[in-house]
Design a protein around this ligand. Sequence first.
Ligand SMILES: [Ca+2]
Ligand SMILES: [Ca+2]
Length: 191
Amino acid sequence: MRNDQIFVLMLVVLLPMSGCFDGAVGDAEGTDESESTVINNYYNNTTVEQNSPPVLVGGIALTSSCPINPECGVNEMIWPTLSGFSMVQDYDGHVVSFGIDLDLDLTIDFEMPGNYSQYEMRMSFEMNESLLNPIQESYYSTSPSMVDVGRSYCYQIVNIIAIDDDDAATISPQVWIFDWDTESETCVIEP
Ligand SMILES: [Ca+2]
Ligand SMILES: [Ca+2]
């Protein structure tokens, strides 16, 4: 076989193979590009899901309060009012709503005023007595010597809710305790 014949034979064999190599390299590059696109989408999605809900400290209770502090007579006291020390912070945004949910539908019934980021006394005179609906319960214990065993009291569970500007809510359930009147056999929802 002559040298030029060998060269032609090698060309015949190598040319189709080089085509395979080119194609393989092209495919590999294409795969890399689509993978990097997927990773970018992943980071974008993660950023959206990383909103922190508000952090809340403190609580809200029922009390008798006077709208004109501090010189207020007993007959000027209003009951029930909502009050309590609290602070609400949103570390990656701001709080847009803070208050109490009395009928447990996860919607705030009464907003609490003030600067949310300060730990301060908040008070609302908007409270409505018709939303107080405590349930009777009895103290019980395995020890018969306990003074309270058999006596009744009343309670109502309420939600304290804070919502941030990304619509994330922090819900903190609290228990309000009321007296039970043995004569009328009703929960006492008076001061
Ligand atoms: Ca937030
Ligand atoms: Ca509600």
